[in-house]
Design a protein around this ligand. Structure first.
Ligand code: ZN
Length: 551
């Protein structure tokens, strides 16, 4: 007890002039209560009575493993969670820190909302905070044999005892939470009745222990009949804003919606045809999307780590491994309950404020669902490798890759759905429903700010549409879509993005996202109007085994 308190106060005494209290306390900046009000709370549930007894027993085990991913993501994004939260006395600030996995506001360009924490480091905790891009690149040039380990999605870069850089695999760096997750996943595997799911869980546990994920990715793509699903591990690389190399940990526990899934099945068959029809020269569309790709709808019952930080994902397209994608395609999971919650709590109130009264009827859940679904399909289309020998698009475009890929998926998704409507294959909504709902969706997404890849992509898209006359703003500040001009603008923007990717044009993308990522005066006025109307910006979840009635 005594020793502990000495350890706390001694450094503070030695550093007397620092204007911080002796025992570390984190004080909020003004306005945290209003920030918290931007999140609408939603309970994540599903009909557990339709599950088998073993499936019901598996869910708490999968939630346990997900909570370990949550612990690891805290370490990646900030540091120790409990210690940090305990040092925040203000309950609103503490809750907001919990939602943001740290002291920087993910909905507001990573502005600090806690005093004295400084700017969010681009490195997160994947690299030493003082490491620059030049340091890293010089190190790789001097140690080419280390390039693979250093650029790996699954290593943390540290300084060794002599100050030299070392790459430590995740399973070593995060050994304790990884082992805890592995134990829960193996216990769930023992209960799994679906052989595909059992095999995937076993391989995924082994993958977390070795950081070799490919075999488990293939096993995940092979699963067809499982009702319960589990996405787990280091997956997306957005949290690494230095290079976009390092994958952050996350997990989703999911239950398949079989009725919706059946409806979605038939669209996967259109992928090769849609790839051939992309509005670019042949060189940019010669890759073949995997034919085993599939698309299903789920109720999400647990979000953890990266995917639970700030703005919530409502659709998943995985795996990210390009080799796996080229061989087997991807799986796209539509998180229908989370999507419906965002539509009801956010998109409908936004449309009521901002869409021209006579176009308000075009705001429909079917169109919203379709836009999101085809966004995910579109990730599998286009191009993964540059056409001029610059390697993969992801490597060539470095930290710009993520935002551009999201922009591509949005715009190709819209392109595809209009093609399917023309062929009479998609009858749930008209093209105008998709365009108008998409515009309302862009405004919703731009509210995330430029800190998320999606937010930046949407801002660029908004500005492109405005220049093309695809929408206008009337004297009352309401948006009106011009159907013919919108159709042309969608094709032009799709072609522009696919060319950027195929050419691996890093400088071009950087210049474009710099100039078009800015918020226009018209958009600023719209955002201001929404702020005054107190419409939530995103959702947070009440989730867990007790919410499901499982304990
Ligand atoms: Zn996406």
């Amino acid at each position: 007890m005594l020793i502990q308190s000495l350890a706390f106060t001694l450094p503070a005494l030695l550093l007397a002039p620092v204007p911080q209290p002796a025992a570390k306390e984190y004080r909020p900046m003004p306005g945290v209560k209003d920030k918290l009000a931007r999140y609408a709370s939603v309970r994540l549930t599903t009909d557990v009575s339709s599950l088998t007894p073993n499936e019901r027993k598996m869910l708490p085990l999968l939630i346990d493993a997900a909570q370990q991913m949550d612990r690891i993501f805290w370490l990646e994004a900030w540091g120790e969670k409990q210690q940090f939260l305990a040092a925040i006395a203000d309950p609103d600030a503490r809750r907001y820190a919990e939602i943001n996995y740290g002291p920087w506001d993910r909905l507001d360009n990573d502005q600090a909302f806690i005093q004295g924490v400084g700017e969010k480091p681009a490195t997160a905790n994947f690299y030493p905070h003082d490491l620059t891009k030049t340091d890293f690149e010089q190190f790789i040039a001097a140690h080419p044999a280390d390039a693979t380990a250093f650029k790996s999605e699954y290593t943390v870069i540290e300084r060794g005892p002599g100050g030299q850089l070392v790459a430590v695999p995740y399973h070593q760096h995060f050994a304790e939470p990884v082992q805890a997750a592995v134990r829960s996943i193996r216990a769930a595997a023992a209960l799994a009745e679906d052989p595909g799911f059992k095999r995937y869980l076993e391989l995924r546990a082994a993958a977390l222990e070795s950081d070799n994920y490919q075999a488990s990715d293939f096993a995940w793509l092979d699963m067809k009949d499982n009702t319960v699903d589990f996405v787990v591990g280091p997956i997306e690389t957005y949290e690494d804003r230095l290079f976009g190399y390092k994958a952050a940990h996350e997990a989703y526990v999911l239950v398949k919606d079989k009725v919706w899934s059946k409806r979605l099945e038939r669209y996967a068959a259109f992928l090769p045809e849609l790839q051939r029809g992309l509005p670019v020269p042949d060189a940019y569309k010669k890759e073949t999307p995997g034919s085993a790709s599939d698309l299903n709808a789920y109720d999400a019952i647990y979000y953890a780590g990266d995917c639970n930080a700030g703005a919530k994902t409502i659709a998943i397209n995985l795996p990210n491994d390009e080799q796996v994608q080229l061989k087997k395609g991807t799986r796209r999971l539509q998180l229908k309950n989370a999507m419906r919650a965002k539509f009801d709590k956010i998109l409908v109130p936004i449309a009521d404020q901002l869409i021209a009264t006579d176009q308000r009827k075009h705001i429909t859940f079917e169109a919203f669902f379709g836009d999101t679904m085809f966004h995910e399909v579109a990730h599998g289309l286009g191009i993964k490798s540059t056409i001029n020998g610059k390697g993969t698009v992801r490597d060539a475009l470095k930290e710009q890759a993520g935002a551009l890929e999201e922009g591509k998926a949005d715009i190709l998704g819209l392109y595809m759905v209009t093609q399917l409507i023309k062929r009479g294959e998609w009858k749930d909504a008209a093209a105008m429903d998709h365009y108008v709902t998409f515009m309302a969706g862009i405004i919703r997404s731009v509210r995330f700010g430029a800190s998320s890849a999606h937010g930046r992509a949407n801002m660029a898209c908004f500005n492109f549409f405005q220049q093309a006359g695809a929408f206008s703003v009337d004297s009352s500040g309401r948006y009106r879509v011009d159907e013919a001009k919108m159709e042309k603008a969608v094709e032009a923007l799709a072609a522009k993005i696919l060319k950027f990717q195929g050419d691996g044009d890093y400088d071009g993308v950087k210049a474009w996202s710099g100039e078009s990522g800015k918020v226009s005066p018209a958009l600023q006025a719209a955002l201001h109007r929404l702020a005054k109307a107190n419409i939530p910006v995103d959702i947070v979840f009440e989730q867990g085994a007790s919410v499901l009635g499982l304990n």
